[in-house]
Design a protein around this ligand. Sequence first.
Ligand SMILES: [Zn+2]
Length: 755
Amino acid sequence: MRNNILSFLFLSVLLTGSLWIQPNKVSACERCITAGVQINQELTAREQIIPLVADFGATREFIQDELHFFESRDVVTRYAEIRLDDRMKGSGWIRKNDHILVNLFEDIKLEAHVQRAKENVNGSFSITAVLPDGAGYMVLATTGSRSLGHIFMPGEKKFFKIISDPDTYKHYLIEMDEQDRDILESSPPLIPEEIHEKDIQERERIKNQLKEDDLGPGDVANIGVMVVYTPQAEHWAQTNGGGINNVIAISMANAQLVLDNSQTLMLATLVHSELVSYQESGSSSVDLMRLTTSPDYTPFGADYIGYMEEVHIWRDQHRADLTAIFTLADDTGGMAWLLTNRHGSPNRAFSMTRIQQAATGYTHIHEMGHNMGLHHHADQNFQPGPTNWTNWPDNKWSAGWRWLGQNNARFVSVMSYSGGQYYPDGQNATQVPYFSNPHVVYQGNSTGDQVKADNVHTLLEIKHVIANYRPMGHAGVVTADATNITATTAESGGFIDDIDGLDVTGRGIVWNRSGNPTVNDNEGMTTDGSGTGEFSSQLDDLQPSSLYHVRAYAVTDNSVIHGTHNMFSTLVAYEPSISTVLVEEVTISTALAGGNISFDGNVPVSQRGIVWSKEQNPSISNNEGITKEGPGDGQFMSVMTDLKPETEYYYRAYATNIMGTSYGGQFTFETIGPRIYPNPSAHELWVEFKNEKEGKVHVVLASLQGQVIKRKAVENQGEVSVFFNTSGIRGGMYLVYVEGDTSFPVMRLMIARES
Ligand SMILES: [Zn+2]
């Protein structure tokens, strides 16, 4: 898989993603949110600091039966049952540049900056967040109701694990020493000895493709990664390791963290993962050779043929540049083929990683590093680097590095062994998520050396070769990253290069949720003009909470060319959040009230208004009246009409979107009845009532004996207000009534005169 990503498209985004951005200073926890209550209202405030853990159980220092599933119980210093904040568990809440309050037990509260939050093709959702100055790394993956993660603080040698019980799904936070992580050093990389005819063909294909693409170190390379796993590995992961999909997600997030930290401008994207029906042999090198052998690539002989052949079909189908197998190994931490040819070795792009450490350390990316030509530290007394390239004589820098940080803490890069027994000085070191790079500093010192240890230099030169092992899409048609993503819409677009001088007569974007969308097989597409150059596209009618595959396309005279492959996830959609605005004006038959929509639920509000009834809980389907103010959000006011006089009504505001209808709080009001005022009256009198009669009625002012003093005709229907001049009437008691209207009671009026 490769992406010829032109810098204007999203290079800048990736660059900022790899740098630490000083978080906004927000005092203590005043903007922290407790889970549950008022969550929707807070969503729009993107500067929120979201706590990692919502609830803690009691902290315990001695292992109880609770952690029966956890294999390294003897190294636990303390643990507690926890409940994670729900927003950590799925896409839609956490985004890049958010801040997470990493609250560990009662005594540790740190602020981490979200570097990546992504949904993976295996159904997992992963978050990577970094503490200031690389003081720590938080990686969390969630699949369904199980989360798995860790917080690694290399300088303090601390490691916190978040893991779930396989039966109860209770989650635990565990603290241990970072050196107690059950990590075996990996085995020496295997160096291919013979050249197969197929290797030569593949290198020619890649060379030709690269000539056409004209990509350099400043262009992003997207490496497609497939992970397969044995039944034994799956079983271990389900029972002891927090779930296989979470283990894979964490190993990929760790790989991306290393690529980001080291400023490689590379993406490692999981393109597929699947259980392979293979009985582990007990020898990791045998397993790796059997995985590498395909029906048309058989360099190791008969003992290795006929195993896991489906993996090679999946690899082509899902465009995986690199493939890893996770096994329940006990003979090594990991193993891989070392790339020694600068034009690539697609047939050897295979590695194995011990499942027990796939989610805990950097083994998987270490092994993929070997697949890309990176080697161990040059001073190791066992299997030292650098890579001895067959056709890159000046490259003596493909090796790992080891350096002193602050307080004399000793660190090694991902490709270097950490154990002191491998070095002349015997000093142990802590492995941190960096490839050696003399231009990147960690804890006060360079993470590499220009002459002896610059694995990133090698990656910058080789990454497009690797990404061309199984290219996905034509590099001349670049799909832009999706932006302005909502639950149902997004924006994308593309860039069409001058492709062999072809006329581009049509262009646009195609998408689906199953992968590899084309103009003939998609869930949606746009048509956005013609010609080469940049264009933008609007994607509508998407489903919430879904992973979408997107490709730009270009129609030429001869054919349709599909571009590079991108993925994005639509936001989770919710029902809108609305509060009722209280009644302001009430008459005999009308009332004015409203609603305030504080959150549209990530999808447009299609209808909003007020419902009312004499019964409690009026709804859009059960009411005596409803207003419809149409689409929109924010505050609105609405007039309730056709109400009965002197009647108590229940009312509430409502808002509807595709997820359903929400209501504001329920309140009551009472319509006023017919009335006369002022009473006593001296010179003037108003009579108000609702005329429900067809045609004329009369309002009468009469003496107590029934003699009519004044009589006025009313022709209007509905609410009426009738005026009488009472100046000429003698003081005393009178009656006011409406002829023929029994709902208007006979009222007593006092006319007051100054004595
Ligand atoms: Zn190694």
